[in-house]
Design a protein around this ligand. Sequence first.
Ligand SMILES: *Cc1c(COP(=O)(O)O)cnc(C)c1O
Length: 423
Amino acid sequence: MSDAAENPLGPDAPPAREHAGRAEQLDVADPLGALRDRFVLDDTVYLDGNSLGALPRAVPDRVADVIAREWGELRIRSWSESGWWTAPERIGDKIAPLIGAAPGRVVVGDSTSVNLFKAVVAGIRMAGKGCTEILVDATTFPTDGYIARSAARMTGLAVRPVEPARIGDEVTERTALALVNHVDYRTGRLNDLPGITAALHSAGALAVWDLCHSAGALPVGLDAHGVDLAVGCTYKYLNGGPGSPAYLYVRESLQERFDSPLPGWNSHAEPFGMDPDYAPADGIVRGRVGTPDILSLLALEAALVAWDGVTIEDVRAKSLALTDFFLDCVAAYAPQGRVRSVTPAEHQRRGSQVSLACADAGEVMAGLIRRGVVGDFRHPDVLRFGFTPLYTSFADAEQAAWVLGEVLRAQPEVEAGATGGRG
Ligand SMILES: *Cc1c(COP(=O)(O)O)cnc(C)c1O
């Protein structure tokens, strides 16, 4: 691209807002456009649904009913009469189609971090003797790495960080499992789940995937690709609310061998038998631990109603169209050379976010938020923009890029290494 001198009004003049009409056309033609009404939103351009999904309209009334009637009136009877006890499996079955799992393979409860611990330790126990190491995505979200190192320390194994693309070359017959992020939280890179899973299996190792940044944004295909264990959160693209419980997936043929490191009474074959000896329940129930957090769990169940009649393939198509369009708008509106996309250009390697490297990213994001465009900043130099196809419009993408251009023109880049105030 040529530099800003091409602008007939001079290098500091704003460019023409050339993509606004296209945004309007794309929104009119968008088959998912009407779904935005299923959410509580305002004029803010909200591009942080990959960190905290927006509030689905169905949630407040449902939560009020759970509190006033199920808890307030039925009290203890709700464990059976309101279906509280079986909610972890029931809601797991509602998430399952979004991640390509058949019923009975997903259970909801606890945080992602806790489920990572269950998955990694249970995976090491399944892998058996002779294994000396686990591999961990070298670019992982930090909590996955912390948990993996603790799990390895407890089981006497070593941890080897490996770039996801190198796992096929690095896995050996001594590798118990690899823990990999499906979409990289920082760059938005989509890792090759089918290929990496197959490479691990051909070396006799298990594949454990973290779906936090892919579930609800793109097809995952857990059953189809033979994934062994997976975890994910529900407050990002699944819109379950702050701290909503996470989920654990265990491949059907491994469930019988799933030996939980947190065998609480909720995973017992007879939880009310009050047996001092532990005997695991059959099936995915053995992924449970203790009493579920019912209020958050039932808020999540109501949030999932926003997916009624939606296919994840349509969501993926819109997600790619949104991120392509946003990148076009940024190229047209941002001053030349001020930001650089670190998100892969190829569709098959891109999740549902765009990450732009920018030297003064923290200040730029603060400027964006002040002007009503909410993305986030990841240390040290990344501007993250998440695109949630159920409620993000093409007009949002265009507006965000336009405001980004304004902020970048108003905040000239500080030279690398410069110190002191900026006036
Ligand atoms: C968001 C996220 C988490 C969050 O873990 P919590 O236990 O829910 O706080 C973990 N891993 C990845 C890859 C994430 O993106």
